[in-house]
Design a protein around this ligand. Structure first.
Ligand SMILES: Nc1nc2c(ncn2[C@@H]2O[C@H](COP(=O)(O)OP(=O)(O)OP(=O)(O)O)[C@@H](O)[C@H]2O)c(=O)[nH]1
Ligand SMILES: [Mg+2]
Length: 259
C-alpha cells in the first residue's frame, strides 16, 4: 500500500470523483481504469450531458460490470456546460455520505496517479485542495504556447482582480471537503465554463475555508475535441472583474462605516 492510499476513517476513505463528460468515448474507460488502478476504493460519478457519441452508455456498461459498485452515472438530457454538470454531481454526492468530492476532467489532463497528493492534504485538514500547474513541481505537458499564455494570463489577472494568492485558481483538478459543498449556495452559481472553477474557489475563500495548492502535471488531451471557446473566456474576464470590484467596494464601505 502506497503512502497515499486512503485507509480507515480518514475523510479520503469516502471519496467521490466527479467526471463531467461530453463526447469522451475514447477517454472515459481509460480514465476510470487508471483511477481504480491508483486508488481502488474510490467511487466515480460520471455526469454526462447526453453525449451523442454514447459516452453515457459506455459508462452504464462499466458500472454494470463493476462488482464493487464503485461506478455511477448521472444522465443529463442537455449540454449545459461543465459548471451545471458539477453542481448536479455535488448535489448527488451530498445526498449520499461521501466525505470528499473531487473534480477531474475525462480527457487525461488530470492524472489519477496524482490524486493522492490532493487527498493527503484533505486528510491533513485542508478544506479545498487545488491541483496546481503553477507552484514549484507543477507543470504542463503538450500545450501550445497560445494556450499557456491564456492560462497564465487568466491566473495572474484573477490574482490581481480578486486579491488572492492562489497561483492556479482556474484549474479544474480539485478536492473539496464535504462541509464546503454543504455551506456554499450551489444553486446561486451560474458560471458555465472556465469561470466555474474561479467562482467555486472564490466563494470557498470568501466563506472562510482554507484552500491549498499541490503540484500536478497537467497533460493536454490526446483524443477528442476541446470545448474551450471565446464566450467562455469573455465570461471569465467580466465576472472576475465584477467580483473583485464588489469585494473592494464592500471593504471600503466597511472601513468608512467604522469611522
Ligand atoms: N457534462 C458536461 N461535461 C462537459 C461539458 N463541456 C465540457 N465537459 C467536460 O469537462 C471536461 C473539461 O473539458 P475540456 O473540453 O477538456 O476543456 P478544457 O480542458 O478547457 O479544454 P482542452 O484543453 O482542449 O482539453 C471534460 O471532461 C469534458 O468532457 C458540458 O457541457 N457538459
Ligand atoms: Mg481538457
Amino acid at each position: 500500500m502506497s503512502a497515499g492510499t486512503p485507509t480507515g476513517d480518514k475523510p479520503s476513505a469516502h471519496t467521490l470523483v466527479i467526471i463531467p463528460t461530453y463526447n469522451e468515448r475514447e477517454n472515459i474507460g481509460l480514465i476510470i481504469g487508471r483511477l481504480h488502478a491508483a486508488l481502488p476504493a474510490t467511487h466515480v460519478l460520471v455526469a454526462d450531458d447526453g453525449s451523442p457519441d454514447g459516452t453515457g452508455e459506455i459508462v452504464d456498461k462499466l458500472a454494470a460490470d463493476d462488482p464493487d459498485g464503485r461506478i455511477h452515472v448521472l444522465h443529463r438530457t442537455e449540454k449545459n456546460g461543465l459548471g451545471a454538470a458539477y453542481i448536479a454531481g455535488f448535489q448527488w454526492a451530498l445526498e449520499r455520505d461521501y466525505q470528499v468530492v473531487v473534480e477531474m476532467d475525462a480527457d487525461g489532463s488530470h492524472a489519477p496517479e496524482q490524486l493522492h497528493r490532493l487527498l493527503d492534504k484533505i486528510d491533513a485538514g485542508a478544506d479545498v485542495v487545488a491541483g496546481s500547474r503553477y507552484v514549484p513541481g507543477g507543470s504542463v505537458v503538450n500545450w501550445p504556447r497560445r494556450r499557456e499564455i491564456l492560462s497564465r494570463g487568466g491566473n495572474i489577472y484573477s490574482q490581481l482582480a480578486l486579491g488572492v494568492k492562489i497561483k492556479d485558481i482556474t484549474g479544474g483538478y480539485r478536492a473539496y471537503r464535504r462541509v464546503v459543498l454543504e455551506t456554499l449556495d450551489l444553486g446561486a452559481i451560474e458560471s458555465a465554463g472556465y469561470c466555474f472553477q474561479i467562482d467555486m474557489g472564490w466563494r470557498a475563500l470568501q466563506a472562510g475555508f482554507t484552500m491549498v495548492e499541490v503540484p500536478i502535471t497537467f497533460t493536454e488531451r490526446e483524443f477528442g475535441e476541446s470545448k474551450m471557446s471565446g464566450n467562455i473566456i469573455t465570461e471569465a474576464f467580466t465576472k472576475v472583474l465584477g467580483w473583485g470590484m464588489k469585494n473592494r467596494w464592500n471593504k471600503l464601505r466597511a472601513l468608512v462605516g467604522k469611522k
